[in-house]
Design a protein. Structure first.
Length: 223
């Protein structure tokens, strides 16, 4: 199991990251200051570090510099504000492997994490199946039986989440934070709207409403 260290002072972002990463099988530790982050990094074995640049005590760059003094191998992904592109370039020169600009979608970050940990992973299949439905991650097409369908970017992100958890109930909150990110209003009905779009494409029986909880993509077995 991969251990990820999150160094981020903003609690809503670190808990968003923790939730998302742990539901994807990663183990996480969170440090809210640069100094704590360095202490954690020195005291534990981490496969990857997610590092915020704007920290309350020392900046993410200083953390990175300090980190790289003793350890050059652990991948580091930095989180940076959208207007911090110049900073980002110096971050990459300073030994970061990748960066994600805030605000970001969870799936976007997860993809970067997976790329950085790729060496340890078995090659990933590009075709996800659930019952007689499938999602091709390479072509981004959805299929049921003989019928193939195109998806918008958001529909694809939602479909990917369902196809990675077939037969499992996903709550609206899980779906919102995975597909829309932490900046989304929890009272919004976008989830229902987009589930509706997928149903229109896959057939209404493909995604079941679990009353009061959320939605489930059928895996072909009676639920
Ligand atoms: Ca910050």
């Amino acid at each position: 199991m991969n251990q990820i260290l999150i160094i981020e002072d903003e609690e809503r972002i670190s808990s968003f990251l923790e939730k998302g990463l742990s539901s994807n099988g990663f183990t996480t530790s969170v440090a809210a200051t640069g100094k704590d982050g360095l202490e954690f990094a020195r005291g534990g074995v981490f496969d990857l570090v997610i590092l915020d640049i704007g920290l309350p005590d020392i900046s993410g760059f200083e953390v990175l510099e300090e980190l790289r003094r003793g350890d050059t191998a652990t991948p580091v992904i930095i989180l940076t504000a959208r207007d911090g592109v110049i900073d980002t370039v110096s971050g990459l020169e300073g030994g970061a492997d990748d960066y994600v600009t805030k605000p970001f979608r969870f799936e976007e970050l997860l993809a970067r994490v997976r790329v950085r940990l790729r060496e340890d992973r078995v090659p990933e299949t590009t075709l996800l199946k659930a019952g007689d439905c499938s999602l091709d991650l390479r072509t981004r097409r959805l299929a049921r039986g003989e019928k193939t369908m195109e998806l918008s970017a958001r529909e694809f992100a939602l479909a990917e989440l369902f196809f990675r958890h077939p037969g499992q109930v996903l709550t609206r909150e899980q779906i919102l934070s995975n597909v829309w990110g932490y900046d989304y209003d929890p009272g919004s009905n976008v989830v229902d709207v987009y589930v509706g779009y997928l149903r229109k494409k896959l057939g209404s029986d493909a995604i079941t409403t679990v009353r009061g909880t959320g939605y489930r993509l059928t895996d072909g077995h009676p639920s």
